[in-house]
Structures are given as structure tokens and as C-alpha cells.
Design a protein around this ligand. Sequence first.
Ligand code: AMP
Ligand code: MG
Length: 429
Amino acid sequence: MNKNAEIIAVGSELLTPERVDTNSLLVTQQLNALGVEVVVKQVIGDDRAMLSRAIRDALERSDLLFLIGGLGPTEDDVTRDAAAAAVGRKLVLSLEQEAVLLKRFRQLNKPMAENNLRQAYLLEGAEALPNPHGTAPGQYLITARGAMVLLPGPPREMAPMLENEAVPRLKLILPRRCIKTRSFRITGMGESDLDKLISPIYKRYDNPTTTILFAAGDLFVHLRTRCATERECCLLLREVGDPIAELLGERVYTEDANETLEHVVACLLRHAHATLTTAESCTGGLIAARVTELAGSSDYFMGGFVTYTDAQKTQVLGVPQQLIRAHTAVSREVAGAMAERARELSGATYAVSTTGYAGPSGGSECDPVGTVYIGLAGPQGTKVKRISHGGDRHRVRMLATQYALDLLRGELNAREASAAMAARGAARE
Ligand code: AMP
Ligand code: MG
């Protein structure tokens, strides 16, 4: 019942470092909205034989095939020929399309070169898809399993043809299907721990499908379901997603796929009418950069200190030299002092700090490369978290920003929870 699709982007330029196939993203989006999953996507150069073979394979495996590009008038535009060879049909001159072309050239006040006529040839039995933005018409051919759709390469021609011509035709032949997704963004745990925790739930289902993506401490669980109706989709996403949400608890920082951790922290700071400052060593300003990524961050972010050397930690922040000497700069004590001093100097409600070994060299026996102490000073006192993860310098630094923002998120959540509890208590009295 579920229909699958393949996309072939045609054009040798798409195999160079200069050009990227963007058309297939839009096609995928439209197909998903119709409940069709894209199962294979290929980029093939302007090679008739190679393309023809790929088309034949795709039509055997999948219900729908989109061919994008290679419909122009020149010798290197091979899609029509390759498609004809693949399905064993002739290309026939459409007098109607010839008239459209002639009219278009007349309007442009240009003579029509002979090779342009190639664009008026259609696969036998195919329907022409009008192209108001260019010369090459698209083509729509019903096949044994579904349909094959040929679209022009230029995005400004492809997009309207897809939406206005291809999609309405597909709607007529496709079963009613709906695709819905539910996402969880998680931090504060590793990817294998996450998978161990939730796989007993999601492994029982092949609908929805579950994917786990991750980048330095930022994990993404994506459930994707395909059903006949939106209601069925919602019920399934609840059936699988709710127990996952319960297992992950506080570690889920949002269910909005596009919401970043800095966004969530920003909302919490705003809600608490609180302000923030940073005192960064090994992250060199990355936390401040992430926080100020958002427009309007001056409402809660006061500014930050980047104190990289021991001397700067003392001179700028006023971290006592003896403290650094006694514990080294990468220590629980110094991280705490950095946050406390930054908070005092700025007057912010909260201060986060980082001090660690980003590598590749450095580190000590008990604190190897990858160890970062993250401080948080606030109205409830000072906390320091130690993380120690492998990876390159970039990963260690990004992880540190992630854990720092997450430490602050935890504190703000706790503050909100206790405020809510106090309000309930007052209401009872
Ligand atoms: P064509 O229809 O093959 O003559 O392609 C014409 C132009 O459209 C190319 O030079 C590209 O700039 C653009 N184009 C073709 N295919 C794609 C694609 N899959 N994604 C984005 N642009 C494309
Ligand atoms: Mg081309």
C-alpha cells in the first residue's frame, strides 16, 4: 500500500565540487507530503547509457521515478533519450509542443535553432507538463508500478512544474497517505547510552521508523510515521513517543526539531527575568557566541570574559593566584572561582565558566585531554561539573559549550519548578 520513490538528478555539473543537487530536496518534501518515501536518490552525469541503466533499475524497484535535468536542447541533454531506451518506447514529435516552442521563440523575438525542436519530442504515451518559465516541457508517463516524471533542471522552472503539474497528477494515482514526524532533542548523555535506553521501545515498531543523529553532545531522535490518516499518525507517534519521552525525562530539552539548546536557555532566562555572563577559558568565547547567535540576546546576556592564560584569570577576573597554583587552572576550584568572580563583576544573575584541556596536547594524569570543568554561579550558590570525553579539539570544545548550557538549563528548570511549587503552596494557604 505504501508507495516509494526514487530521484535521479541528471547533469555532469552536479558531480563537480561547484554544484550541488538541490532540486531533489524539494521533490522529496513534496513526495513526503503525499505520503511517499524517497528510498533511493542518485546523481548521474550526462551519460546516456549509464542513465538508461539506472532508470531501468529504478523502475523495477520503485513506484515513482523522478528524473530532473537534462531536458535542454543540446547534445549533452540525454534524459529524454535515456528514458525512451529504458522503457522501450519511441520519442515522438508533439506538434502541440512544437507550436508552443515556436510561439515562445516568436514572443522572445528570436529565431528558433533547429536543435530546440528536440524539446518537442515526448516519450510515446507521455503527457507534456507545461513550462511557463522555460522552453523544455516536463513529461509524465504512467508506468507499470506508478509513474515516471521528467522535470527540467533549472530550479525556477522545476519548482512550479512540480507543484502545479506533477503533484496534482500524482494525487490522482496515489493512495491517501500521511507522513508525520516527532522529534526529541537531547543532551547530557552519550549516543550509545541513549540508544541502549530507548531501543527496547522503538525496535518493536517499523512504523514509525526511528533515526538517531548526533553531534558533539547534541542528540536527535526522530520518529517518522506513515499512515492512511493524520489521526492514525498522531496516535502512533504518541504510542511510541510517549514512553520514550518518559524514559528520557529532563534530558529532552525540546521536542521542536528546529529549537537549539541556546534557544531553550534563552526562553528560560527570559521567563526567570534573569541575566547571564560567561567566563571562558578552553571554549574561547564559544558559549558567548552560541548565546548571542539569537537576535534579542542582549535582553539576558550581559557580556562575557575570555580569560585564556592563568595571568588573565587573575588580572581580569581576580581569581587568586594561590588558588591556581594550589589546584592548577584546570580544576574544580578555579572553574568555580571564575564563575563567581564573573558574576560579581558583571552583576548577572548567573555566570557559567569553562576551564579544561581541549588538546591535542596537555592534560594531567587525573585530568587527561578532554577534561573540562564547567562552573555555574547563581543565587543558589556555585556548582561545578567535570566532563571528560575523547575526541578532537573541536569536539571537546563544542561538548563543553553544550554541557555548560545544559548545566544552566537544569538550574533554571529547578528554579522554575520550585517557584511553581511555592505558588501552589501559597494558593493552598
Ligand atoms: P539542465 O536541465 O540539465 O539543462 O540544467 C540546467 C541548469 O539547472 C543547470 O546548469 C543547473 O544550474 C541547474 N540544475 C540542474 N539540475 C539541478 C539540480 N538537481 N539541483 C539544482 N540545480 C540544478
Ligand atoms: Mg544538464
